[in-house]
Design a binder for this molecule. Structure first.
Ligand code: ATP
Length: 443
């Protein structure tokens, strides 16, 4: 059956990319790709690189994820291929995909899937799939620039396959859908369009923009599950500089479709801009990553009151913790910053002011208030105070002759306060402090 496909793609091909491939990927990956083509040929299948990798190759952008599509039984093929390469394979049967585990020394990821068509039984549904020739596999994709392939089959190795004008749209720097109903079938493509447009400094093709507006008028998001919208939002808000993405979503009317009060103002834009430094500072000072999407979202959600915020979190399946953080950020960040402005504060007061709050709220406080003092105090807290712990604990108090009682936590707390204020350095200092302030221990 599959043999019949072999020659078909030559027509759609305008050029050979073998040299470009050789320039961009290391010889041992190149060898794997050549092997991939040979094996497919032997099995009577055809195999292609598809999607984002092809796009980025033509754009000159590094991409380490190689997606292969097989005309034939993709999983069966992947199993044979893994055997041949002597590597293991992770199979996701429900998606008809497999991942070659090439090992750490290869920076590249190779995924293998069966070439398939997709159809949407109703708008925004999860699509039904069945095996189909490459052209249909490419047709189900989001944009022309993501719908190109490179043949790995020995007679045509390296041929670019471009049925839908992807190469031309890369030249024109256009994000263009393959068919008018695309955003109705899968509204998440609206977010992807903005993401690609901003990331590569492309612009939306004129009709594509109309289709987006039309889909929004038809309220397509209402049919989409909360989780899927949330995931798309996260992806956009995690980009390095999401301001322009968000501005674009605001201007296209995407934000207000997610929630009528979700908006971008120039003030919020400024906060988002200042968040870049605040997030960097946090990550350097603590050595921890932060969920920057959450802080950024809290800025966009500023105009929602608490009940609206709760409804929002419910609609989009936020976790309890995420909800708590969003609410705290919007209600407390400013207050924290104001309090931190007061002229004289002991380190322990800074500590107890900031300690109850999630890191996201502190980051937001840094971004919101441009005060050197506030900044310095939060930095001091994150880099120093937050890390202070006592050397002594309840057992040490027992050894010192104190009888266990609720007073223990009071004693330890007072000792910690002294330590925060820089009065105690060593364990001996702590013991000494306890003796001096709480007597012999017969309390
Ligand atoms: P990124 O650099 O963001 O990973 P990518 O193009 O590789 O870009 P993926 O999300 O990994 O993005 O998707 C891989 C390919 O699958 C895309 O290039 C596109 O062809 C196709 N694709 C992904 N999501 C969709 C979608 N919602 N609708 C249609 N095709 C999609």
């Amino acid at each position: 059956v599959y043999k019949a496909f072999h020659q078909h793609h030559i027509e759609a091909s305008s050029e050979n990319l073998r040299h470009l491939l050789e320039k961009k990927i290391p010889p041992r990956i190149m060898k794997i790709l050549v092997e991939a083509g040979k094996l497919a040929y032997d099995m009577g299948f055809s195999v292609f690189i598809v999607g984002g990798f092809v796009r980025d190759l033509l754009l000159g952008v590094e991409n380490l994820d190689i997606d292969l599509v097989v005309e034939g039984d993709g999983i069966f093929y992947a199993q044979r291929f893994a055997e041949k390469l002597g590597v293991s394979l992770t199979v996701h049967r429900e998606f008809g995909t497999a991942i070659l585990n090439l090992g750490e020394q290869f920076k590249f990821h190779i995924d293998i899937a069966t070439s398939r068509r997709e159809y949407y039984p109703y708008p925004a549904a999860l699509p039904q799939v069945e095996p189909a020739p490459l052209k249909e596999d490419l047709f189900r994709r989001d944009f022309t620039v993501n719908a190109m392939a490179i043949s790995l089959n020995p007679p045509n190795f390296g041929n670019l396959i471009d049925f839908f004008g992807g190469k031309e749209d890369i030249k024109k720097r256009k994000v263009k859908v393959l068919y008018p109903k695309s955003f109705i079938d899968d509204p998440t493509r609206i977010f992807r369009a903005v993401r690609f447009e901003q990331r590569y400094k492309f612009s939306l093709d004129e009709n594509t923009e109309k289709f987006i507006r039309k889909a929004l008028e038809e309220k397509v998001f209402q049919r989409l599950s909360g989780t899927r919208i949330k995931e798309e939002l996260i992806q956009i808000l995690e980009e390095d500089r999401p301001e322009r993405n968000i501005r674009r979503m605001h201007n296209l009317g995407i934000l207000k479709m997610i929630h009528p009060k979700l908006s971008l103002t120039s003030r919020k834009e400024k906060t988002l801009d200042q968040l870049v430094d605040a997030i960097a500072a946090y990550e350097v000072l603590t050595g921890e990553k932060t969920r920057r999407w959450l802080v950024r979202l809290s800025v966009l959600l500023e105009d929602l009151d608490e009940q609206e915020m709760k409804n929002f979190c419910k609609r989009y399946s936020f976790t309890r913790e995420e909800k708590r953080i969003l609410i705290t950020c919007s209600s407390k960040a400013k207050e924290i910053a104001e309090k931190l402005k007061s002229p004289k504060m002991k380190p322990s007061s800074i500590y107890y002011l900031l300690e109850p709050f999630p890191s996201e709220a502190l980051i937001l406080a840094m971004a919101k208030i441009k005060s050197k003092r506030v900044m310095k105090r939060i930095h001091f807290y994150l880099s120093h105070l937050k890390k202070i712990t006592l050397e002594i604990n309840g057992n040490d108090l027992k050894k010192m002759g104190y009888k266990p009682s609720p007073k223990f936590s009071y004693i330890l707390e007072e000792t910690k306060k002294a330590k925060l204020n820089g009065l105690l350095k060593t364990k001996e200092d702590e013991i000494e402090f306890v003796r001096k302030n709480f007597g012999k221990g017969d309390t």
